[in-house]
Design a protein around this ligand. Sequence first.
Ligand code: CO
Length: 167
Amino acid sequence: MSTANVRLLDHLRQPAYFPAMPGRTSHSKSPRNSVAVEDYLERILELINTKGYARVVDIAHSLKISQASVTNMVQRLDAEGLLNYEKYRGLVLTTAGEALARNITRRHQLLTDFLKLLGLDDEVIYHDVEGMEHHISPPTLHAIEALTAQLERQPALLTRVRQQLEG
Ligand code: CO
């Protein structure tokens, strides 16, 4: 197995799936915080997909943190083999980094699709998904995916659910 794949598996085994609950916050400064890693990778992929590139200044703006903090994190992600960063040439995701970024993006999308079906407010959905996406386990995500698919096929049931939520 390639080094990148070993690193990817290490990351997938990180506590992002089963985090210790108390005091865990989205932007804590713990050196191996996979929530922060996932937030960065998610945002970098989003920037690359929308702008074609991701610069430190754009990431800082998007995550609302200082460029110095972003530079530190980007260097760490580089050291971990998730991206390649060169100060004057910007950054690119490695295969392992892109796989992780796609994984968090997929979790974001599936959870968003599910909550949208229930008719929740877009801002509430975004806020909740940004938290849930880091903590949900693969089996629970899979269950929500199945539930979403069934609800989409049963509009009468979906209508009853939404009516109950409104009532
Ligand atoms: Co997200």
